[in-house]
Design a protein around this ligand. Structure first.
Ligand code: ADP
Ligand code: MG
Length: 249
């Protein structure tokens, strides 16, 4: 692909304390691309998404959000990081997708409510608006979070393991939502584990093992050699990157 990048990474390193979670990563997510991030546990996949979101500082290198502001980015964290005991209705969770536009004190208009209900219908939850979120299954709750992102109309969508522990039917339905975003030329980046799913639905892949192992067309990235290298590197410790973290204040 030769088009304009949405996000450019230039020799990016992100450390936690003295631990390099992502290091020396360079490359670009083209505008309108649909990219999977795959790699072993602890490979820095979630860290990279959080750094792109601006939730973590970069240790060295830089992230260039080409023509994107914070309001243009939607982010779905890994499921375990969301508290579902909060007593809030499904409709209100979906309306949260609009907070950046209406502000905390802005009125939720009838038109907005209608849009939220339409988003719920689009993910197969037409009559769920009044339900409290703790009463939903994991798959239903994931549908709610996708409805919220539908309302957000983001240019860049970051998904961290959106289909882990989600039933097959929900996964298939939400993959269709991802495809529709791609058809609308939004940029989508998703951390995934199922390589067959990646091969079937994601044209581009970044294979990450703290550093970038391969990045490009999925078929060229997910080769046995690259996957083997990713596993090996994940088991080793990179001393040069460790030093890089240690020099930070
Ligand atoms: P992945 O999502 O690929 O499984 P993560 O980005 O969550 O990997 O984590 C990368 C590495 O950073 C892991 O070794 C993990 O233990 C470490 N790590 C993640 N979050 C923190 C944190 N908040 N503080 C310290 N270390 C962390
Ligand atoms: Mg993760």
């Amino acid at each position: 692909m030769t088009q304009q990048p949405a996000i450019r990474l230039d020799n990016l390193t992100v450390c936690y304390d003295r631990h390099p979670a992502v290091h020396h990563l360079s490359g670009a997510f083209p505008d309108g691309s649909l990219t999977a991030i795959v790699g072993p546990n602890g490979a820095g996949k979630s860290t990279l998404l959080k750094a792109i979101m601006g939730m973590l500082p970069t240790t060295t290198g830089r992230i260039d959000h080409v023509a994107l502001t914070r309001a243009d980015i939607a982010y779905l964290p890994q499921q375990a990081q969301i508290d579902r005991q909060f007593p809030i209705t499904v409709l209100d969770v979906v309306l949260l997708g609009h907070w950046q536009r209406i502000g905390m004190l802005g009125a939720v208009t009838a038109a907005l409510r209608e849009q939220a209900n339409a988003a719920l219908a689009a993910v197969g939850l037409a009559d769920f608006g009044r339900r409290l979120i703790h009463s939903l299954s994991a798959g239903q709750f994931q549908r709610v979070l996708f409805a919220r992102m539908l309302l957000q109309e983001a240019r860049l969508i970051l998904l961290d393991e959106p289909f882990t522990a989600i039933d097959a039917r929900t996964t298939a339905d939400l993959l269709e939502v991802v495809q529709s975003w791609h058809a609308e030329r939004r940029t989508v980046i998703a951390v995934l584990h199922d390589l067959e799913q990646v091969r079937a639905h994601f044209p581009e892949t970044l294979l990450l093992a703290r550093s970038g192992i391969a990045w490009g067309r999925t078929a060229e990235v997910l080769t046995p050699t690259n996957l083997h290298r990713a596993r090996q590197i994940a088991e080793d410790w990179d001393d040069s990157a460790l030093l890089l973290c240690a020099v930070q204040p």
